[in-house]
Each structure stands twice: as structure tokens, then as C-alpha cells.
Write a protein that binds this ligand. Structure first.
Ligand SMILES: [Zn+2]
Length: 232
């Protein structure tokens, strides 16, 4: 997004009203329990596009969140909208819902382990997440080393991502196959491995979804234009 006027255009949540059921209170984690404390609007000149500035009060802890939201200017289906919340929750409870369930679960555990400073657990969870993601993309092999190479040979992982995956594998290996004399995973390594993992998941899941969303939007816009032409 290069301009706030693009908020809600192309990608977002269904419907043209703010979906507070998607918003968790950043202070007490309670979901969808807000009352409106303030509402302001700014309309784009020479356009029907509107940016909404809402302040919501949490019904549980009485904390406030600011929500900037806008619905799509294109009127196809029942509309879409998107929003940004400030402040955001610092607790990681959920992963992007377009990731497979098992990956969501392991990824959340990797991040939660980082938050409570369990570096070994974070590294091992990150390694497991990597392995599930590769298998989900059809990797075969007797161990993670072979599975990474297998996906690279198939062209699913480009050379840089292959190297990246081996870094995650090596860092996670010590925690997954510990030896009695083994040193604890360091804070830096644990953070790096989870960050490496995020880049990999972005490449394997987020980027393809963005392309798919883009194609869906193009198709819907085309259909709307054709309907308009017919009715004119
Ligand atoms: Zn709250």
C-alpha cells in the first residue's frame, strides 16, 4: 500500500462495515467487545472513497483503540473493507488464517517460546514449522536435509530460499536432537531462526495468496465493467 486511500481496495475483509469481530483488545485480549467512543470521516476529493477514524472503547478493560478503516470504492459483491488498529497486541496468539492449521499452531508456539525466553523450544518449533511447510509443498526425503534439497530440485525453493532453509534446519537441529554436552540455544540464534522462518512462510504462502487475491480482484472488476457496459 503506497497511499492510505488504497486501504480496503483490492484486499481485505468481506462487507462494507468495520468487522470488529476481527479486532482483539491489545490490553486484555478480549475480542469483539467494543463500543464506539468517537467517529470521524475524511472523504477523498472528487471520489466517493471515505477514510473512517474510529476510537473504540473495550467493554472488558475500558482501554481504547484507534481504528482507521475504509471500504472499497468498487461496488462488487457485498463489498470489502480493511482496517489498521493502534495500538496492536504484543501477544502473538494467532497466525495468518490462510496458512495450513498445523503451521499456524507451530508458528504460534515458536513465537510464544520467544516471548517467554525459551530459546531451545523456539528453535525446535521453528524447525518443525519449516518441515511441515516443506511437506505441505510435496517435499520427499528421509530427513529434513533431503526434503529441502528435494524441493530445491523441483524448483519450488529458489537457491536463496534453499540456503535459508538449511540455516533454519541447522539452528533447529541442535534442539531437536540434543546431546548431553550441548550448549543452550542463544537468544540471537532463536530470534534469527524465527525471523528466517517468517521470510520462508511469506515466500511459500503469503506471496501466492497476494497473487491470487490480485487475480480475483481483476476478474471481479472486469465482470463489473462488463455488466455496466451491458446496462448502459
Ligand atoms: Zn480490553
Amino acid at each position: 500500500m503506497k497511499s492510505w486511500w488504497e486501504l480496503g481496495e483490492g484486499a481485505g475483509f468481506s462487507g462494507n462495515k468495520l468487522s470488529t469481530y476481527q479486532i482483539d483488545c491489545p490490553f486484555c485480549e478480549e475480542r469483539d467487545n467494543f463500543e464506539e467512543a468517537a467517529h470521524f470521516e475524511k472523504k477523498k476529493p472528487n471520489s466517493s472513497k471515505v477514510l473512517n477514524f474510529d476510537t473504540l472503547k473495550c467493554g472488558n478493560c475500558a482501554g481504547y483503540v484507534m481504528v482507521l478503516w475504509s471500504s472499497s470504492d468498487y461496488d462488487f459483491h457485498s463489498g470489502i473493507h480493511d482496517f489498521r488498529v493502534l495500538p496492536w497486541s504484543l501477544t502473538i496468539n494467532k497466525a495468518p488464517t490462510h496458512w495450513p492449521q498445523a503451521i499456524q499452531r507451530y508458528w504460534v508456539q515458536a513465537n510464544k517460546s520467544l516471548q517467554v525466553e525459551n530459546w531451545d523450544a523456539a528453535a525446535e518449533m521453528a524447525r518443525s514449522t519449516l518441515q511441515i511447510a516443506l511437506r505441505d509443498h510435496g517435499a520427499v526425503g528421509k530427513d529434513l536435509f533431503e526434503e529441502i534439497n528435494n524441493l530445491a530440485e523441483k524448483g519450488v525453493l529458489p537457491p536463496l530460499m534453499k540456503e535459508w532453509s538449511h540455516e533454519v534446519r541447522e539452528l533447529g537441529n541442535d534442539s531437536a536432537h540434543p546431546r548431553p554436552e550441548q550448549k543452550e540455544t542463544s537468544l540471537g540464534d532463536a530470534r534469527d531462526i524465527v525471523e528466517f522462518l517468517d521470510f520462508l512462510l511469506e515466500y511459500l504462502y503469503d506471496l501466492p495468496k497476494r497473487i491470487e487475491d490480485y487475480r480475483g480482484r481483476r476478474k471481479a472488476e472486469k465482470a463489473t465493467t462488463q455488466i455496466k457496459k451491458k446496462t448502459n
